[in-house]
Design a protein around this ligand. Structure first.
Ligand code: TLP
Length: 345
């Protein structure tokens, strides 16, 4: 059965053009820096994000971890949001592998962290305390609803950090979605931070990979961290080739996914069994809860939806996250709304 898969944009498969580019990719041993396709992808990524250099990594998780390892020493502290993907869903890698302590601050509804909170969390120069080194932001913010933080906010945090000798890393897994929603060039969200990871394998539909971008000096350190993590790959141009197509062809169409997420939300808002989050969707994610009088859990509803050909993301006992992407067309949106109406009638 061909499902309408709304669990995540990570479920997207490579497009025919990507498969063709992968088959034809010129490759070399990337551990020697000899893969021309990887080199091209890294240069493109650096150029697009307004950074000096890029590093192709296996995943968003690896990119974020390599970034923290490159910025921090053992005993340093990274300030991040309580709802940050790096804190919640990356197996505690920064602590487990980096010996880096994390300071988790509340996220505002839009996923940002209040500047006053960051200021209050900076450690004194005191041997009892870890050393504040890094601030990590996330844009779009996944757990806060696929929400977007503005260029002005990003600039404020970067200036604030730099005045205090701190660095800023951006988990920009979906930063091209943020740029599309704001109608700005992605550089406005990425050029002022010290490092950024973005994913090729989510809404951009490539099968594997993320790119970590930053200064030459930072990327030199991140390269060592990637090796340490077992992420030195060889003829990996076959994957980078799909990434190049992703950047060239898939970035410009992300607005379509946002429009479909809006249509999906409009359709679902008529269903009395569902309570949509205020303001959802900000980008390509619709978040909602089951209404109080629904006598089923989200998992039970999801099972019934699956029987009707729709896969949903269960993100709590009574909560769903539905994500649109390039494999979700107008008809899929209509069918998903109809299936919810059928299950929750
Ligand atoms: N997010 C996945 C799940 O892990 C939740 C998803 O389906 O959304 N940063 C952000 C903001 C992410 O949303 C994700 C993946 C990552 C990093 C990690 O990327 P990968 O899965 O490539 O390691």
């Amino acid at each position: 059965m061909e499902y309408i898969d709304l669990r995540s944009d990570t479920v997207t498969k490579p497009t025919p053009e990507m498969r063709e580019a992968m088959a034809k990719a010129e490759v070399g041993d990337d551990v020697y820096g000899d893969d021309p396709t990887v080199n091209r992808l890294q240069e493109m990524a650096a150029e697009m994000t307004g950074q000096e250099a890029g590093l192709f990594v296996a995943s968003g998780t690896m990119g974020n971890l390599a970034a923290v390892l490159a910025h921090c020493q053992r005993g340093d502290e990274v300030i991040l949001g309580k709802e940050a993907h790096t804190y919640r869903y990356e197996a505690g890698g920064v602590s487990v592998l980096g010996g880096v302590h994390s300071c988790q601050l509340p996220n505002q509804p839009d996923g940002s962290i209040a500047l006053e909170d960051i200021e209050g969390a900076i450690r004194a120069d005191d041997p009892h305390q870890p050393i504040t080194r890094l601030i990590a932001l996330e844009n779009t913010h996944n757990r806060c609803g696929g929400t977007v933080q503005s260029a002005a906010y990003t600039r404020q945090v970067a200036e604030f950090a730099h005045e205090r000798g701190l660095k800023v890393h951006l988990d920009g897994a979906r930063v091209f979605n943020a740029a599309a929603a704001l109608g700005v060039n992605v550089r406005e969200l990425t050029a002022l931070v010290d490092s950024v990871t973005f994913c090729l394998s989510k809404g951009l539909s490539a099968p594997v990979g993320s790119v970590l971008c930053g200064s030459q000096e930072f990327i030199r350190k991140a390269h060592r961290a990637r090796k340490l993590l077992g992420g030195g790959m060889r003829q990996v141009g076959v994957l980078a080739a799909a990434g190049i197509v992703a950047l060239e062809k898939m970035v410009p169409r992300l607005g379509e996914d946002h429009a479909r997420a809006r249509t999906l939300a409009e359709g679902l808002s008529e269903n009395r069994g569902l309570v949509l989050d205020a303001g959802t969707p900000a980008t390509n994610m619709v978040f909602m809860n089951l209404a109080e009088d629904v006598d089923m859990s989200a998992a039970q509803v999801a099972e019934k939806m699956q029987a009707r050909g729709v896969l949903t993301g269960v993100s709590g006992a009574r909560r769903f996250r539905l994500v649109t992407h390039c494999w979700i067309d107008d008809e899929s949106v209509e069918q998903a709304v109809a299936a919810f109406n059928d299950v929750l009638s």
